[in-house]
Write a protein that binds this ligand. Sequence first.
Ligand SMILES: [Zn+2]
Ligand SMILES: [Zn+2]
Ligand SMILES: [Zn+2]
Length: 611
Amino acid sequence: MPEDYYCNMHVHDEYSILDGLGSGAKYAVRAKELEQRYIAITNHGNIDGVIKFQQACEEAGVKSIIGCEGYIVLDAKDKQKGEKRSHIVLFVKNEKGWVNIKKILTYANIEGFYYKPRFDPEFLLAHCDGLAISTACSSSFLFQDWGEDLLTELSDRTEVFLEIIPLVGFEPQKAVNEYKVLLHRKYGLPLLATNDCHYVLQGEDDIHEALLCIGGKYKLSDTNRRRFEAKNLYLKSGREMLTALRQQGVVDSKLSEQAVYNSISLAELCSNFRIEKISVYLPNVPGIPSGEEDNFIRKLCAEKLKLYFGERDNFSDYQSRYEEEINSISGQGFIRYFLIVWELISWCRNNDIMVGPGRGSSGGSLVSYLLGITQVDPIKFGLLFSRFISPARIDIPDIDMDFEDIHRPRIRKHLEDLYGQECVAGISTFSKLKGRSAIRDVARVYDVPMIDSDKAAKAVVVRCLDGDSMVYTVEGPKAIRDLAGSSGFRVSCHGHGSRRETREVEQVFVNPDMDMFEMTLESGKKIICSAEHKFWSKYSHIYNGKIYSNVGWRKLRDLKPTDKILTYEHCEVYSHCKQCGKIIYRKRNRDRSFCSLSCLAIYKNLHDNPY
Ligand SMILES: [Zn+2]
Ligand SMILES: [Zn+2]
Ligand SMILES: [Zn+2]
């Protein structure tokens, strides 16, 4: 029998920061394995991960339902020490609901923020159009004095589900479920069975516990730490839900079946909604009429080009590079973007605010240099424009700018004055626990002596040249497994062992959805690393029909078998490189040695990993 009479409508992924475990992609794939048609995302107080989640679900072939488990208090503007915040789950049914959930969370973050983004019944009732509601976990708003009133008012306006969770062994949840059944009888509102998922697979509760410890800076042995009393908060099948409800013994079997099936009814209310990509409209820089922008920038650049390079022997190189760039920028409609950046940087310089010399791929643009956006002459240093903008890249380019910290408010004010307050926004950034520091974090939680965890961290991770991701060597995992054996420090490695039984410290804490690749070096040695890993490489690429060769950082996913990379440690060491004949530096200690620029044969290795 297919399992599609149930779907998980209460799910926390990694965007429930240091609380939810596992990426949206992992959840989506698992939901598909369970033959479930839908899966919801309901992170605590945010919708940060929903686009990624939607993409992951579309790749996996399940329908994503967008939601949020929000924090609700009686009056969000009243901020009292020790207040009790309650949970409520909102689901987006349609475009209107999508607008409303964003309004609610904006309100919660700006006016209602107190430790957490909070909203109140008044604001929710005014913006519940297009949203379906569920009553959440044992922290439900229903346990506030005003809870039942809110329930009835909401149910007058939209669909409300009474959530029951079969947490076997967690006593308080029994009373919660009993109360929901009571309300179901009283108001005729549907019950909804969920599992408040905080991780993907059965048995991941101890990894989840370690994650909570990292979040709260606790050790596993601390007695006063935050912990989840309930176990088994994983993505369940309908059958497992029914079994658990029976074991819990609060809800009779007929109601249990309804509650399980109602997950589908709720999902279907929301299943027509999808977040669509919308185009970006850039404002024009005041003082430069929109028809004049192209001429304006060309005039500006042409003057600087003469001024800076007019006397050089290789002026024609500069000129042709400039032509190529400006035509590409103009052709792709990025002129306005450059003007906005140019205006901002010029304003900073005129107002004695220090600006960085430019970093990232924008350093490869002569136009950026001419406009003063960067201070690196790309031709002198052999930097490529195509790494910054190429015909294959249709998104607006991304120019990183560094400013003096103390002047940020002034810069923001300037932008708001120029373009309007509603056109200036802050952005969130997220960092991941990864690499050696993840291993050290986990080791601290398990009370592994520093000296051992240090050894483990060094053993498993080959020096990562850009700090962006990890490269494992074939030898590495064994070293850490040995250590694991001796210290009781449970680890295993992503890309090693079968996918299913892995207890992946790295997969959990590192980068949950990376594609792992296996590369075979010419020597026959293998390296396993993520597609995002950057190597210092010598590579060729084709641009405008010409083949260019370049040396620089390049992601593995962009490398071709004939390209060459520089790798450290554990790779075959030649005394002379077979490629270029260069002598290779080598220390006596083998695992400290450098290796060569080696030929690669890369093949994707997602399914039949030999390890
Ligand atoms: Zn949670
Ligand atoms: Zn909750
Ligand atoms: Zn929850």
